[in-house]
Design a binder for this molecule. Structure first.
Ligand code: GUN
Length: 285
């Protein structure tokens, strides 16, 4: 069994992004800029936003966090997004999810200019991904693909079972795998017999936030496991969706959680922001 070390790969990517950011600055005086919108006091969201900000600092990306009160109105937050769309110092806009109940998430995500949509959540970019065209791809599934590539795990013709059908992870993950010629199944909360599907998988990719959802009896020998889940146990420990201690004995490759997919998500945000800055610099010429 080999660990898929997202921490190590994300460091490698950060070195490359740092060099590219410097090159862009030297060439045209442009500093890539990321605006992060955080609404309310959710502690997990605040931690993620802080990690993203620190990562920007490490690679030389300018970042600004808009801390908004929990009870902000739809109109007020839409104005903030519109201002960022029109701000030439901002190349990427990220709205940290989940949002408070009174906010219409879809309307807000649709308002982000597609060329600043570094999360890849705008229908324009979702459409480009499903069509196999270049665009902005959601950071977590993109990070998973980079991790598989780094370890020369070719998904072509493999049976890939994605567990979880969210817009952020499961659906774009399935699109990326399909674009890479994998055979893809998506399982979700209404799937009748999850084990029946996972037992047939060469690669299981799971991101639902249920501790120990995937156990050793549910996977075949030499399976590749990508654990995208993050949950906190009662004693405060961070864990994924996979019973790592037992499942790892049967795997050819497995991501640790934490230390697998998480760091890759942040690395892909940096790389998407750099990509946006390069496109915007070209367009300003
Ligand atoms: N909340 C959980 N994951 C994500 C993500 O990838 N992007 C954003 N914007 N919010 C999230």
């Amino acid at each position: 069994m080999q660990l898929l070390d997202g921490r190590a790969l994300s460091k490698k990517i950060e070195i490359q992004v740092t060099a590219d950011v410097k090159m862009l600055k030297d060439k045209c005086g442009c500093t890539p800029g990321l605006a992060v919108v955080l609404i309310g006091q959710d502690p997990a969201s605040a931690t993620y936003v802080n990690m993203k900000k620190k990562a920007c600092d490490r690679v030389g990306i300018y970042s600004i966090t808009h801390d908004m009160p929990e009870n902000i109105s739809q109109d007020a937050i839409e104005k903030v997004i519109q201002n960022m769309n029109n701000d030439s110092t901002i190349d990427g806009i990220l709205i940290q999810l989940p949002l408070p109940k009174q906010i219409d998430e879809r309307r807000l995500l649709d308002l982000v200019a597609p060329n600043k949509d570094v999360d890849g959540f705008h229908p324009f970019n979702v459409g480009r991904l499903t069509t196999g065209l270049d665009g902005f791809v959601p950071c977590t599934p993109l990070g998973v693909m980079k991790l598989l590539e780094e370890y020369n795990i070719d998904v072509k013709g493999k049976n890939c079972v994605v567990v979880g059908a969210s817009n952020i992870v499961g659906k774009p993950m399935a699109s990326l795998l399909l674009n890479a010629n994998a055979t893809v199944e998506i399982c979700h909360i209404f799937t009748d017999d999850l084990k029946k599907h996972t037992l047939n998988a060469d690669i299981v990719l799971v991101g639902v936030g249920v501790i120990n959802l995937i156990t050793e009896d549910m996977v075949k020998d030499d399976v590749v496991i990508i654990d995208i889940g993050v949950s906190r146990t009662k004693d405060g420990k961070l864990v994924g969706d996979v019973d790592f201690a037992n499942v790892s004995k049967k795997c050819s490759y497995i991501t640790p959680s934490p230390g697998g997919v998480g760091p890759m998500t942040i690395a892909m945000l940096l790389s998407n922001t750099l990509k946006a800055a390069k496109i915007n610099a070209q367009e300003r010429k």
